[in-house]
Design a protein around this ligand. Structure first.
Ligand SMILES: [Zn+2]
Ligand SMILES: [Zn+2]
Length: 394
C-alpha cells in the first residue's frame, strides 16, 4: 500500500504538472516547453538526465542497488485539434490539444520518478519521456539515439501506460498478451490517365472510374485474401481528382491506412495491395503506382511480462480493477518499436470523467475528449510498482 499512498499524497502536484502541460500543448518531435516542464519536475532528484539531439526527449536514469534494468515510457505530444472541452485548464493554443491524454502519461511518469527516487530501488530504472508518438515515430528516434542503452545495459522489461477517455470505467486497467494494438501503414496511390473533354471520354483515359474501382477492390481484397481470424482493415481516407464537371483530369490520387495484427498479414498487405492496384490500372490501359509505407509495427505484449503486469495490478489495486482485453485495439502505438527489442507490456487505463458513460463518452483524439485527474495517482503508482516488483524479480 505504501507506493499507492505516496502517489495519492502527491496527486495534487501531479495534477498541477498535468494541467500546465495541457494548457500549452505541443505537436510533433520538438516540444521545448513540455520538455522544460519535465526537466523542472525532475530537478533535484538523484537522476542521470539526458535530452535528445534530434528531438526534445528526456531520458532519466535512476540507479539503485544491484539488479537489472527496467524501462518505463510516457509520451508527451499533443494533436492538431482545437479543444472544445471548456475545462478550466483547457488548451490556450488554438489548433493544438492533448486529445490523446499524453499530458497524463508525462505527469504520471514524472510522479513515478519522484516516488522511486525517494527510496532505494533494487536495480536501475530508465524513464523514457518521448515526443512525437502521433505519427512521428518518436520512439524509433529515441531508440536510434540510444534510450535502450541509457543505463549501460539493456532493460529486461519495458512498460507503457495509455489513458482512454471512453470504453473503460475510470481506474480500470486493461491489457492482453500478444497483439495489443495494430500495425498501421500508409498506402499512397496515383493513377495516371490522360485528360480531355468530358463529353468524349473515349478520346481520353479517365483515371476516376479506375481509381473508384481500386477503392472497392481493396475492400474485396480484405474479405477474400485474408483469414477472418487474422483480420486487416483498409480505409481510404483521402481521394482527389479533377477540378470541374466537364474536364477529365490526368490523374487521380488517394491515400489509405492499412491496419493488421500479425507480421504475416502485414507482409501480405505490402505485397498484394500494390499488385492489385497495378493490375486494375493495366486492365484499363492506364498506369498506376501504389507506395506501401511501413509506419508503426504491431504492438506485441510479451506473455510473461503481461502476466506479471496483470498480477501487479491485482496485487496493488485488487483483481476487480484489471481486465484482460478480449480484442486488440485497431489504433497503433510507436511503443511497438520498444517492444520489438525489449519484452514488455502496454497497459490501458480508463480515465473517463465521473458521471459519463464510458460507452458513449467522446473518444481519444476528439475535441471533446476529457481525461479525469482521478486516474493520475493510480497510473503513477502502477508505473512505480511495475518497476519495483519487476526489478525485485531479477
Ligand atoms: Zn493518439
Ligand atoms: Zn496516444
Amino acid at each position: 500500500m505504501r507506493v499507492r499512498d505516496e502517489a495519492a499524497r502527491i496527486a495534487g502536484e501531479i495534477a498541477e504538472l498535468r494541467h500546465a502541460i495541457h494548457r500549452e500543448p505541443e505537436i510533433g518531435l520538438d516540444l521545448p516547453k513540455t520538455q522544460a516542464k519535465v526537466l523542472a519536475a525532475l530537478d533535484g532528484l538523484p537522476l542521470e538526465i539526458s535530452t535528445g539531439r534530434g528531438l526534445s526527449s528526456v531520458t532519466a536514469v535512476l540507479r539503485g542497488g544491484p539488479g537489472p534494468v527496467v524501462l518505463l515510457r510516457g509520451d508527451m505530444d499533443a494533436l492538431p485539434v482545437t479543444e472544445e472541452t471548456h475545462l478550466p485548464y483547457g488548451s490556450a493554443i488554438p489548433g493544438a490539444m492533448h486529445a490523446c491524454g499524453h499530458d497524463l502519461h508525462t505527469a504520471m511518469l514524472a510522479g513515478a520518478a519522484r516516488l522511486l527516487s525517494a527510496g532505494t530501488v533494487p536495480g536501475t530504472v530508465i524513464f523514457m519521456f518521448q515526443p512525437g508518438e502521433e505519427g512521428y515515430a518518436g520512439a524509433r528516434h529515441m531508440i536510434n539515439e540510444g534510450v535502450l542503452d541509457a543505463a549501460g545495459e539493456r532493460p529486461v522489461a519495458a512498460f507503457g501506460l495509455h489513458v482512454t477517455s471512453q470504453r473503460l470505467p475510470c481506474g480500470t486497467f486493461s491489457t492482453r498478451p500478444g497483439a495489443m494494438l495494430a500495425a498501421a501503414d500508409q498506402i499512397t496511390v496515383t493513377v495516371h490517365g490522360r485528360g480531355g473533354h468530358a463529353s468524349v471520354p473515349h478520346h481520353a483515359a479517365d483515371p476516376i472510374p479506375v481509381a473508384c474501382e481500386m477503392v472497392t477492390a481493396l475492400q474485396a481484397l480484405v474479405t477474400r485474401k485474408f483469414d477472418v481470424f487474422d483480420p486487416v482493415v483498409i480505409t481510404v481516407g483521402s481521394f482527389h481528382a479533377g477540378t470541374t464537371d466537364n474536364v477529365i483530369p490526368d490523374e487521380a490520387t488517394f491515400l489509405a491506412t492499412a491496419r493488421s495484427f500479425s507480421q504475416e498479414s502485414r507482409s501480405r498487405l505490402a505485397e498484394l495491395v500494390p499488385r492489385l492496384i497495378g493490375d486494375i490500372a493495366r486492365g484499363h490501359g492506364l498506369a498506376a503506382e501504389a507506395v506501401y509505407a511501413a509506419e508503426y509495427p504491431v504492438t506485441v505484449n510479451d506473455a510473461a511480462e503481461t502476466a506479471f503486469a496483470a498480477e501487479t495490478i491485482a496485487a496493488v489495486f485488487g483483481a476487480e480493477r484489471g481486465e484482460r482485453a478480449e480484442f486488440p485495439i485497431t489504433g497503433a502505438e510507436d511503443f511497438s518499436f520498444v517492444l520489438e527489442q525489449v519484452p514488455g507490456a502496454f497497459v490501458m487505463l480508463g480515465a473517463c470523467p465521473p458521471g459519463t458513460d464510458p460507452l458513449t463518452a467522446p473518444t481519444n483524439h476528439s475535441a471533446h475528449a476529457v481525461f479525469d485527474d482521478a486516474a493520475l495517482a493510480d497510473g503513477t503508482a502502477l508505473y512505480a510498482e511495475l518497476a519495483l516488483r519487476r526489478l525485485a524479480q531479477g
